[in-house]
Design a binder for this molecule. Sequence first.
Ligand SMILES: Nc1ncnc2c1ncn2[C@@H]1O[C@H](COP(=O)(O)OP(=O)(O)OP(=O)(O)O)[C@@H](O)[C@H]1O
Ligand SMILES: [Mg+2]
Length: 1023
Amino acid sequence: MASYVDEVGIGDFVLLDEITTESFLVNLQKRFSGGKIYSYIGEVCISVNPYRTVNIYGQEYVNQYKGREIFERPPHLFAIGDAAYKTMKRRGKDTCIVISGESGSGKTEASKILMRYLAAVTNISGQQEIERVKNVLLQSNAILEAFGNAKTNRNDNSSRFGKYMDIHFDFKGDPLGGQISNYLLEKSRVIMQQSGERNFHSFYQLLLGCPDPELSKFQLTRDPNHYHYVRQGGVSKVDSISDRADYKSVQSAFKTMGFPQDAIDTIWRVVAAVLHLGNVDFKTDGDRTQIKDTTTLTKVATLLNIEKEALNKALSHRVIAAGGEVLHKGHTSSEAIYGRDAFAKAIYDRLFTWIVDQVNKAIQVSGSEGGKTINSTVIGVLDIYGFEIFDRNSFEQFCINYCNEKLQQLFIELVLKQEQEEYQREGIKWQNIDYFNNQVICNLVEESHRGILSILDEACLNVGKVTDNMVLDSMDQKLRGHLHYSSRKLNPSDKELKHGEEFRIKHYAGDVIYCINGFLDKNKDTLFQDFKRVLYSSSNAYLKEMWPEGAQNIYKTTKRPLTAGTLFKNSMILLVKNLTSKEPYYVRCIKPNDQKSPVLFDVERVTHQVNYLGLLENVRVRRAGFAYRQSYDRFLRRYKMISQYTWPNFHGGSDKEAVQILIKEQNLSQDVVYGKTKIFVSSPRTLFMLEQARAKLIPGIVIFLQKLWRGYICRQRYKRVVAVYRIMRYYRRYKMKAFVKELVTAFRNVKQMPDYGKRLRWPAPPPVLKQTTAMLKAIHERWRAWMILRVIPQSDWPQLRLKVAACDVLRGKRPDYGLWRKWEGDYLSLTSEHGAVQKYSTAINNMKNKEKFRKVAFSCLVRKINKHNKMADRAIVVTESAIYKLDQKSFKSMSGKIALQDISALTVSSGYDGLIVIHLQGGNDLVVSLLSSDLEDPRVGEAVGVICHNYRVNQRRDLRVVVSDNVQCMLGKKQRLIQVQALPNVSIVSFTKNPSGDLSYSCPLREPAGKGHNGIKSVKNGY
Ligand SMILES: Nc1ncnc2c1ncn2[C@@H]1O[C@H](COP(=O)(O)OP(=O)(O)OP(=O)(O)O)[C@@H](O)[C@H]1O
Ligand SMILES: [Mg+2]
């Protein structure tokens, strides 16, 4: 099955030729000696404690195992971690890794290695928050081990509490946070240690690692032998442990987790207070018990921020509230010592739980209240105290060993029992494999009424004086004949057991003799109310928080709390339930020897462990069994794409038939068995092949799905766009109709209106009709013009244009500009104007040929003034492109023509005279007064209209016209002012130079001929 090379012995015990204890051990020893500490039984990992640093956990090893199947690489814990991770990711299933084995077999190390692996393979995108969570998860170990681990005779770093950690992952497989559950701390260790053992590491870390100033703040001396609570085992120094370095790591872990400085301070103060409390002694004075030395007491009170007197009282008295009265009863000296010890245990125990709570807060999955969030999956890692036998075993060992029985039971249930039962249920040919079922031992402890915990609880309930001895009696009575229980009374010949004191339980992992003394007290776990109140009264907020029940009214009778045993039993039942709900992976740890030697393989000790762990049975079940099973429908759903017959749907029959066709097509029939509802696959390799075939097709399917989905999205978008356009179309049509309707209403009577709708307010058009409306407006304007002009004969329209041009520039600025009369234009061609018409015609015809103009638009006699202030009479002729000055006699052009484009502006006066200044570029304007035979009209309006009209046609822009009585002009490149003077006694126009250098223009005073000279209407009327 295994495909890797470089093996020592056989990596997977399933492949052993012969399944006997001997061959199993030979192979295990061979591997251990060859440095291979991990082996498999299928997917169960066997780990043998190497007791030395092995260099197999670095990044290169992580890379080797990442994303690989178990059988592809040599056995390693990483492979188990990866399998649990893969299952969680692939199937979205919660998984758990249960690490079991006796004390010192390497469980805690294994759990840390697994956590480090999971941290190493996740958060590829390097998100900060995930890094923080991972860091906190890893660092939490240092803190929990400092406060919950201790040196025992079995293990220098023995876990004295149970730990189950759920790590939550998001859908991408990145850790989101976690939740740690702690189980029963062995708190008796706080006050008492067996020979060769130590108290919890935290005490020694504080005493040996904490800097001097801190130490004196806590009023401690750097010598563990000075303190009763830490010196009883006789070893304060352990070679494998550096308390100083560990203190530093713990401090840094506190910081990483975000513990506030005052919280860290409080934690160490409590540890110091416990140390001092152990040194509080009592003396008896008559029947009064008193504290011998109150300086120590003061230290405790100061460290806990409580009243010294209140503490003194709580240690030497007991408050009894009965019948509404409060009595203070003095302690006997043994009661006082019991009270002090119970106090010390309770403070430390609470501190530990509080620390775990704080750690949980730091790694809590956001959006969850400690529980599981909807979108996360979980990998649980269980590292709990291992099975242990000491010289003297008490209530704590009883609980620890019961816990191990429960885990063994879980293993049996899931790996041995359920598996075999399932084969039978599914109708698969199966040779039953026998194994020892330890349910009977679990029952011995936990059964109601008959179980040891029940018997203990019953005794605790009794009001009268019940002793441990009486409990043993009761157990003897009720458990007589039980195959796994015995005592001296039940078996008097068994000299190993002390009469009235000891009993023996035959655990799955070995016989353990327990000493009944202390069982009752430890089960009751009473702490006098007074202590709770004293701690609640502490001015330290953290301590107050640890003791909320101290707030309770002294008179209030409280419900009897559950006993320690029952609480522990309940938590175990819950734990097992939790583990059962997840897909389990097992790591079975084996301790090769009791000497912590890296080379010694104690065959006897290992055989014992192999036997009680049921590893051989495990191999047998596994060998005959199947690596994987799945219901047909789920199997089909996962692998249907592999076969053309089943993809996308199988139409030929049941799911089972579909699966059979699929397997046959893949040539895998020899490795599977078909059950009633499930398919069973023998080797992981087959599964791997199916997975590979699936993985190859997934990208295509993803693209296919993306294609469909994108198509769907596009179709939806297209439909929406079409709908939008349709709505827009309808809306636009509606707006247009509404506009047109409004327009029609507004313009209904436009023909009858005197201004033909000039002043009508147009309704606001919708944007789409803006252009059309502009066109409509133009049409309306044209129509209006037509309506006005239709009475004027078409032949007069050219003249009208000239009048409009004059109107544009002169309206409102001059009193009259000849609109009322017919504009003759070429006045010099009229005999009424002068007597040389024939001469003029000849001259003009010659000019026409020479100058190539079409016709004379305007001609007139003028009087001009030149730059030398000299007046001269001339004639001017305006054509479509130029102005000509002609000699008045010969009508010959003088000094060239003035092209229209050379004109920059015109200036006329606002009066009723003939002055017109034609401004030219070059500084010599043409200043003339138009002369007319008809003195009624000076013809200025006509000349301006003709020049402006021709200029617009010629130049495509308007000519500027200034109307002013202070006429500015340039003569001889000089700025000159012409003052217009209309005088009654003047009959002929003249220009004269003033003494100031300016010019005066005198002309006869005339009145305009008619009214209504300002608009089209008047033009119309004029005709
Ligand atoms: N993989 C390993 N590599 C190196 N040393 C190891 C390894 N596993 C265990 N050890 C050594 O064995 C010691 C005991 O291991 P560990 O504390 O994990 O035992 P445990 O099973 O948790 O015991 P307990 O039940 O008492 O808590 C460790 O302190 C370490 O020295
Ligand atoms: Mg441990």
